[in-house]
Design a protein around this ligand. Structure first.
Ligand code: SF4
Ligand code: SF4
Length: 172
């Protein structure tokens, strides 16, 4: 049976009670960063959002709905992403494609409404993985703050890309 070891409370020596060493160590870190940025001009921060650093190819940001090479919406409202989402963040309303609008869609069903709740999303990428049509990717950049809950619910119009293209394929 494992024995429980209780450590005695550490008693500070008289000179440790002035916290001189701790304060000096903290000031040394500040001084190093000051020399680096103000004198050597090696900035350690960027003025975001005016300046942006390149994102990794594996970065997961805002959701985007894709179009195919013909400019049609790839999403066919199959609900795979909604079922795969562990955070219950996706809400889709499916509808039949009207014959006169069939040229805009590859199949007979489409997503009339497609919402992603960014307050629930954990950016796991499972919706991207689950989609059999290559219709949803998390390559839409860094989520920006909003001043209301409604401002953090993405709708189809915000996510749908204007231009079509090939399926992006697997991420690196
Ligand atoms: S990234 Fe994950 S949590 Fe966010 S919508 Fe997709 S499956 Fe859901
Ligand atoms: S985005 Fe993909 S997985 Fe989600 S409903 Fe559309 S086609 Fe299905």
């Amino acid at each position: 049976m494992a024995t429980l070891q209780v450590h005695k409370k550490y008693k500070l020596r008289w000179y440790e009670k002035f916290y001189f060493m701790s304060i000096s160590a903290g000031m040394w870190v500040t001084l190093k960063h000051f020399i680096k940025s103000a004198i050597l001009r090696r900035m350690v921060t960027v003025s975001y959002p005016e300046k942006k650093k390149p994102l990794s190819s594996r970065f997961r940001g805002l959701h985007r709905l894709k179009r195919n090479e013909l400019g049609q919406e790839r999403c066919t409202a199959c609900f795979c992403c909604q079922w795969a989402c562990p955070a219950d963040a996706i809400q889709i309303v499916a509808a039949e494609v009207a014959p006169e609008r069939q040229y805009l869609h590859p199949e007979d069903k489409y997503a009339k409404s497609f919402q992603v709740d960014l307050l629930r999303c954990i950016y796991c990428g499972l919706c991207e993985e689950a989609c059999p049509k290559g219709a949803i990717y998390l390559d839409g950049g860094i989520p920006m703050p909003a001043d209301s809950r409604d401002g953090l619910i993405l709708n189809k119009e915000q996510m749908l890309e204007a231009q079509g293209g090939k399926i992006l394929g697997e991420r690196l």
